[in-house]
Design a protein around this ligand. Structure first.
Ligand SMILES: [Zn+2]
Length: 91
């Protein structure tokens, strides 16, 4: 798990927000590609910010597997080790 908050706090939030814990666990277990530059598995899925979408930023504040795409970054995924964006590599 790569949570920004203690799991006990997530469970507590989940009591007020049914489905939240499942959603976070799914994100944590969603397979993400390794970074093509350094091979690190410490990666995140990037999402574009939207004023109408407050749920995705909320999820991203809990799990590091989701990250808001910085303005100068392209790509679908993010590598924490290189601090750069990348797209899935065709095999
Ligand atoms: Zn990397």
């Amino acid at each position: 798990m790569t949570l920004h908050i203690p799991f006990s706090e997530l469970q507590q939030r989940g009591r007020k927000n049914p489905g939240l814990v499942n959603k976070i666990i799914l994100l944590e277990h969603k397979p993400l590609p390794n970074c093509p530059h350094c091979g690190s598995g410490d990666t995140a899925e990037l999402y574009a910010g939207s004023l109408n979408d407050r749920y995705t930023p909320y999820l991203a504040s809990i799990t590091s597997r989701l990250k808001l795409r910085p303005n100068d970054v392209w790509g679908k995924y993010w590598c924490y080790r290189c601090s750069c964006g990348f797209s899935e590599v065709q095999s």
